[in-house]
Design a protein around this ligand. Structure first.
Ligand code: ATP
Length: 308
């Protein structure tokens, strides 16, 4: 089973407007509300391909109930820890070819709630082979929280895929997760310098591997990705597609990597699934969705080559 962690989930509110008028009333007839947060995108994609997946994290208040109901409705197995605070809303306003976002910080997690989560997590780890953790840490948790989760997983020999950024990533990699998937900006922030060319990307990945991370994947949008595993570098090239909405492609890539790793596939094949799911998500209007019937044909359209 793949266990997905979404510690700061959200109801994603998507408003489509012809025009956003600042300092005026805007009326909107096109609103979509979904169970969101990067980890739930990963979960939805895994559900699309009928993988054995279970979602956990924190949920609270009526907004938390909405998310649990949505997951039930979609047939997604979940076991979230209840909290006193209210799960957040995140707003995305689509207008004139732009996407303006307003993201609430979300609730603060108490010491007792964090302890209850760790207890639940340990139980769930017994049933998991792979763990994915996506997004930033909610308020109240120590910045070393991902380190604790990685260490618990390592003790039980579970592979931990960490997809976060900034301080959470800097702290998280100190516990040597199995895999990280920064994009180019996240990689630059982590290493402290920009990596553009193939040689620079490989050099950055090698530096990260020296810290103990086994599998490094740098996602490069429509250009594909660079993988680094056990001293070997891989260049992943997706086919040219007509992108509709690439938001959540990074989360879909994590879903593909987890899917491949859970099946015990070699790194180049896990990378292929990552690129397939990322690309298929970019072809959909919905965020965190892939068309399962396209997976096999897209596997043949992705090339993965080894660099010496
Ligand atoms: P997000 O934060 O929106 O989830 P990200 O920056 O973490 O995204 P990307 O690098 O944009 O992740 O996308 C992940 C993968 O999805 C890429 O490595 C690539 O394989 C695939 N992908 C994304 N956009 C496209 C595209 N336009 N065409 C083909 N493949 C794409």
């Amino acid at each position: 089973m793949i266990l997905t962690l979404t510690l700061n989930p959200a109801i994603d509110m998507n408003y489509k407007l012809e025009h956003l008028a600042i300092d005026q009333v805007n009326r909107c007839g096109h609103v979509i509300k979904t169970a969101g947060g990067k980890g739930l995108n990963v979960t939805r994609v895994l559900k699309c391909v009928e993988a054995d997946v279970l979602a956990t994290g924190f949920l609270g208040g009526k907004t938390g109930e909405f998310i649990a109901d949505e997951l039930d409705h979609a047939g997604v197995a979940h076991s979230f820890v209840p909290i006193k605070g209210n799960t957040r809303h995140c707003l995305a306003i689509i207008h004139e070819g732009n996407q303006t976002e307003i993201l609430e910080d979300g609730p603060s997690i108490s010491k007792q709630e964090a302890a209850a989560f760790l207890q639940e997590y340990d139980l769930l780890l017994d049933r998991a082979t792979v763990v994915t953790a996506s997004g930033s840490l909610p308020k109240g948790l120590p910045k070393t929280f991902y380190q604790q989760l990685i260490q618990h997983a390592a003790r039980k020999n579970r592979k931990f895929l960490l997809d976060t950024s900034g301080e959470s990533l800097k702290e998280g990699i100190k516990a040597a997760p199995y895999l990280i998937k920064p994009n180019q900006d996240e990689l630059a922030a982590l290493i402290g310098e920009k990596a553009d060319t193939e040689a620079e990307l490989i050099a950055s990945a090698r530096r990260l591997a020296a810290t103990g991370v086994k599998f490094i994947v740098v996602s490069l949008g429509k250009k594909g990705a660079l993988g680094y595993f056990d001293g070997r570098a891989f260049i992943v090239e997706p086919p040219k597609i007509k992108a509709v909405n690439a938001v959540g492609s990074g989360d879909s890539m994590i879903a593909g990597l987890a899917y491949g790793i859970d099946r015990g596939l070699p790194p180049e094949e896990a990378l292929t699934y990552g690129a397939v799911f990322g690309t298929l998500n970019a072809m959909e209007e919905r965020t965190g969705y892939v068309d399962r019937t396209q997976v096999e044909s897209f596997k043949r359209k992705i090339t993965v080559r080894t660099v010496d």
